[in-house]
Design a protein around this ligand. Sequence first.
Ligand code: ASP
Length: 335
Amino acid sequence: MEVVFRKLIFILLMIFYCSSIGFSQHIALVIHGGAGNIYKENLPDSLENLYRQKMEEALNTGFALLSQGGTSLDAVRATIKVMEDSPLFNAGKGAVFTNEGTNEMDAAIMDGASLNAGAVSGVRHIKNPIDAAIEVMLHSPHVMLSGSGAEDFAKSRGVELVDPEYFYTEKRYQQLLKAKQAESQEQGSTDQPNKEYKFGTVGAVALDIHGNIVAGTSTGGMTNKRYGRIGDSPIIGAGTYANNKTCGISATGHGEYFIRSVVAYDISALMEYKGLNIQSAADVVIQDKLTKLGGEGGVIGLDAEGNIMFSFNSNGMFRGFIKALNQPNIFIFKE
Ligand code: ASP
């Protein structure tokens, strides 16, 4: 009896799966969890497995929504929240520390159908900064809100606030102490706020059954940052961009260079005005332009056909994608 029941469930699942494939040919989801000096030798197997599991969970969470006909906005939100809630990544819980010992987070979202966008910067009490960015996009006439004003707005929209202690993690605090020590040994040089290049920003780009692309990014910024420094992640066109005509992009790396290179928009512009495909466009911007400027990091993205793109000039980038018929594909090191 139990065997028959199991077979029945299996057949029903297959019918559901096959019927879903019919309308989900092009749905796709791509993520990153930061780029930097990530070598196989300095990432213990147990930690590598934790990263792989968490990225798989993030991809499966977002893809489940896309497979049920959900929007790319919902998929990006759900995917990023899985990573924001994990101390493994430099976003939400796990955000790096500023020079003053606080956690100040940035996040952005962009909708490729309407070119509408929302961002928050320098927030200290928002559990999931991506939620606040989405509220800015959907329910305010603005694109970017900062600091306590962003938090007041988020609160008025019912976004969850937490005590700053929520963001404390021992690992990130030790990284701050190390960065400060290195800085004092270099006699206070502040032009490289994080020489270790262990980023960990998170980002996601999704394509839904309606052909809409949404890109989102969330970060704690860079360890030991000061003076209210804001990176590229919440800056539309630098760390985050989406346009249904071209692509969706989320970046990670040394933000100052990504701002100066307008990385995400430049990739889209090369596709729109020069007709480059997404991989070639990203390679021009990352491997050539950004590299020549001295910037380090990478991008993920996808285009309107669901073609997936990764490009980075660091030693590694936590990254992965999932498409119809596929299991999550996770990569960390240079292939
Ligand atoms: N791009 C981020 C910033 O500069 C850092 C990162 O990607 O880890 O704020």
